[in-house]
Design a protein around this ligand. Structure first.
Ligand code: GLU
Length: 302
């Protein structure tokens, strides 16, 4: 960790959600979890908001709520070389379906598909699902971050209205946006991230009890999106250099998983130019190289 920490100096904190500027740029923690054992290093007690890592959780829940056919009639499966919040591709694609559920446009459509009779009920279901995935019933929303994002959500709001005008996003724009902002503002630790990663890597089963939390098919879909689109428009180079299915968020959160059921949670807030945690990326690349963790290595192929 000490050797990697300087990588964070090359990054900058996300500023378009002003509350994210409160983060300590020196914070750096990592948890690796498998079965009942955790390996921890650095500031693993620090809490941070989930941001885009929430997109894999909402996708899993939407797939359980609506089924694959319905979800993928509204959002595509293709990676993109564009940044996560761009509107440009939506204009080019016919019909205007977002390319994948990991960019903001796609994630907003996914959120609109979550079941619930009210926004409160939907976000309550989302939190309950997170409690189950992490085994941590104290997980909650950071109201300060949510309020900050709400004030600066015009780009996401415009994506929603664009999608609504093309009939891709159904229902109430402001309600969907609010659920999305809340899901991005859930507070977590590296340990929580690592447990979620472990369940995804373990084909959806709780690594301690063996109980199925996600259907294996959904765990497989999520893992595939993590490889093809999980690291924004650096997903290709990360797949080559680290080969670890991963999802990052603009808070500096990074979740990884391996097919043997190992989950990895990393937090370091300064971001590189693609929006990924600079030290987080360096750490996973280094670990992968040292322990030959790439899922594309011949010894790891299943
Ligand atoms: N809440 C953030 C947004 O929608 C999440 C972005 C991210 O982590 O990539 O802009």
């Amino acid at each position: 960790m000490n050797a990697i920490q300087p990588a964070s100096k090359s990054g900058t904190l996300a500023s378009y959600i002003p509350a994210l500027l409160d983060a300590d740029p020196e914070a750096f923690g990592c948890v690796i979890y498998k079965g009942e054992s955790f390996i921890e290093a650095g500031r693993t007690k620090d809490r941070f908001t989930l941001q885009s890592v929430s997109k894999i959780v909402s996708l899993a829940l939407a797939l359980m709520d609506q089924g694959e056919e319905q979800v993928f009639s509204r959002v595509g499966m293709e990676p993109t070389g564009n940044p996560f919040h761009t509107i440009q591709a939506l204009e080019k694609e016919k019909p205007s379906k977002p390319l994948n559920p990991m960019i903001n446009a796609g994630a907003l459509v996914v959120t609109s598909l979550l079941e619930g009779n009210s926004g409160e009920e939907t976000i309550g279901r989302f939190l309950a699902f997170l409690h189950e995935l992490t085994g941590n019933p104290s997980i909650h929303i950071c109201e300060k971050t949510a309020a900050s994002e709400r004030k600066h959500a015009d780009l996401n709001r415009s994506l929603c209205y664009f999608l609504k005008s093309h009939g891709v996003l159904k229902g109430d724009v402001e309600g969907t946006l609010d659920i999305y902002i809340n899901q991005c503002s859930v507070l977590m630790t590296c340990r929580d991230l690592a447990r979620i990663g472990s369940i995804i890597g373990n084909e959806g089963r709780d690594p301690e009890t063996g109980r199925g939390i996600l259907p294996p098919r959904i765990a497989k879909i999520i893992t595939t999106f993590m490889v093809t689109c999980g690291m924004y428009n650096a997903s290709g180079s990360f797949a080559i250099k680290a080969g670890i299915p991963a999802k990052s968020g603009v808070s500096g959160a990074l979740l990884g998983c391996l097919p043997d059921g190992t989950g990895i949670g990393v937090y370091s807030p300064p971001l590189d130019e693609k929006g990924n945690s600079a030290a987080g990326v360096r750490l996973l690349e280094t670990l992968s190289e040292k322990y030959d963790l790439s899922i594309f290595s011949s010894q790891n192929r299943v």
